[in-house]
Design a protein around this ligand. Sequence first.
Ligand code: ATP
Ligand code: MG
Length: 243
Amino acid sequence: MSGGSVTSPAVIELSGVDVFYGASQILFGVGFSVEQGQTMALLGRNGAGKSTTMKAIAGLAPPRRGSVRLNGAETTRQKPHRIACAGLGFVPEDRQVFPQHSVEDNLLIAAKKGPDGRDEWNLERIYEAFPLLVPLRQRMAGRLSGGEQQMLAIARMLMGNPSVLLLDEPSEGLAPIIVQRIGELIRTLRQTGVTILIAEQNMHFCLGLATDATVIDKGQIVFKGSIAALKANDDIRQRYLAL
Ligand SMILES: Nc1ncnc2c1ncn2[C@@H]1O[C@H](COP(=O)(O)OP(=O)(O)OP(=O)(O)O)[C@@H](O)[C@H]1O
Ligand SMILES: [Mg+2]
């Protein structure tokens, strides 16, 4: 894969990951890696296992077998809080803002330094990057529109100064204009040198954002390559992606 010297470990590395919910197995030997500075799209249909993969990385769905490493350190069975402290920022599918708290309180609750003292994000920088949130600072998060909540969820994640970002379907259910804004925002984040993994059903959203793509189907990885190679591969797209 591209980037880094041969000796630097991948930022995210999954190997042979099996995840079960109760008796049913959801992930089957999932393995892929994301290198420093890469933006990886994790693509697959409804129910393919994208969110479960993200939860496995974030410590919310601990693998029964296999391993998850962040920057070379094993995190497979660590608690979500420990994994967050190691630099992982996760925006889940359902966004999970605190509905009874103001926008600003949602941001302040999440404020912390990142690994190795990273502190590029604070309230001021967030309001510069998310001008839409400025007039909403005192509004209860539960009263925001879907697009505003997605912005807030991303902003809140950034307040923890993560070095690795996991975004689960950031464009889902949002109006085209908001989807475009979120796309621009992700492009801006890329330039800060963070490593990004985006789960999406929609390949088109990822085309101008991601460098690489991993496709999952029925809990198994079925394609790994550049996003350009995926775009050119009609067979894989027709078999495994919603068109
Ligand atoms: N808590 C749970 N208990 C049991 N099964 C679950 C649970 N959560 C998800 N599943 C099942 O695991 C499989 C993978 O779900 P997952 O949410 O990872 O898919 P996804 O690719 O994120 O789908 P979507 O695009 O709809 O978000 C699905 O068959 C789903 O029904
Ligand atoms: Mg999902």
